[in-house]
Write a protein that binds this ligand. Structure first.
Ligand code: DQA
Length: 146
């Protein structure tokens, strides 16, 4: 049976490729989605890829993943550092959770060093660029078949 994996992206990631390319690179979110789908196919994962600028929408997708998805790969973007609501939603999800950051948040401003999501995540990947999403899917595949 194919495992469903949600890949969720938070605010401003729709601007990937245009937004601070020195920090986030030149790839667009569509490029990331295509790469995730290709890697997902290779790993036997059914990818559900979403992006929203709205916290409630991310919470709704996490709730939707309950009972449906085996894992969630999430780049909560700025909500990483602010959102108890996203942490609570992830705490209500039973599968694997992998947190991804394109940049190395620990090398940046102090306010980016704390993540609410890391308190729930099974793994955290930061500073690997958009390749981090593909590494997260590899880890998710390992965890869901373990
Ligand atoms: C980010 C890092 C966050 O601090 C920032 O707010 C983002 C993107 C990253 O992928 O490196 O929007 O999550």
């Amino acid at each position: 049976m194919t495992s469903i994996v949600y890949v969720l992206n938070g605010p401003n990631l729709n601007l990937l490729g245009q937004r601070e390319p020195d920090v986030y690179g030149h790839e667009t979110l569509a490029d990331v989605e295509a790469a995730c789908r290709e890697t997902g196919r290779d790993l036997g994962l059914d990818i559900r890829f979403h992006q929203s600028n709205a916290e409630h929408q991310l919470v709704d997708w996490i709730q939707q993943a309950r009972g449906e998805a085996a894992a969630i790969v999430i780049n909560p973007a700025a909500f990483t550092h602010t959102s108890v609501a996203i942490l609570d939603a992830l705490n209500a999800f039973d599968g694997a959770v992998i947190e991804v950051h394109i940049s190395n948040v620990h090398k940046r401003e102090a306010f980016r060093h704390h993540s609410y999501v890391s308190g729930r995540a099974d793994a955290v990947i930061a500073g690997c660029g958009t390749q981090g999403y593909l590494l997260a899917l590899q880890r998710a595949a390992k965890l869901v078949t373990a």
